[in-house]
Design a protein around this ligand. Structure first.
Ligand SMILES: [Zn+2]
Length: 157
């Protein structure tokens, strides 16, 4: 945790408030520049199940999602902060929209919707991971090959 103004890590918590069951808001002050700001801690939902296209269910795994994204943005000019924001934003929307189960397709769609605005190549790569993009995925591969010539052969998995 750093001060958003001066990046100092010397912070003081002024106030802690539990808003709802699942989130805690803290008022903080930077000891360097006296800037005051708030942070919200959220409990991550671990009861959310992902329903795959073949009907199988698996528990929602944020790490897995982040890995897919990282693969898509490999060597693209996108910083970690943008990706974290994209992930948090997507997760918030999914958790609001779905109760216990979320189709894997809905997650991919939500990610792609945002990724497209960030980077077209990363978006096409992500889209090509999903086999239901029949027509698009071939096209995507070709565009990817045109766009980034040096990514072949490094995919370990
Ligand atoms: Zn500061």
């Amino acid at each position: 945790m750093r001060c958003p103004k001066c990046s100092s890590e010397e912070l003081k918590v002024l106030e802690t408030r539990a808003d709802k069951v699942a989130s805690t808001r803290r008022r903080r002050e930077c000891l360097q520049c006296n800037h005051r700001f708030s942070t919200i801690e959220e409990v991550l939902r671990e009861d959310l199940a992902v329903v795959k296209r073949d009907g199988r269910r698996e528990s929602f795994d944020r790490t897995k999602l982040a890995m897919g994204l990282r693969r898509a943005i490999s060597k693209r000019p996108i910083d970690a902060e943008q990706i974290n924001a994209l992930l948090s934003d997507t997760l918030r929307r999914i958790e609001n929209e779905f109760d216990n189960e979320v189709p894997s397709r809905a997650i991919a769609d939500a990610i792609m919707q945002r990724l497209r605005k960030v980077d077209a190549i990363a978006w096409l790569r992500y889209a090509s991971f999903y086999q239901d993009f029949h027509g698009l995925s071939r096209f995507a591969e070709e565009v990817i090959n045109l766009g980034v010539g040096d990514t072949g052969g490094e995919d370990g998995d």
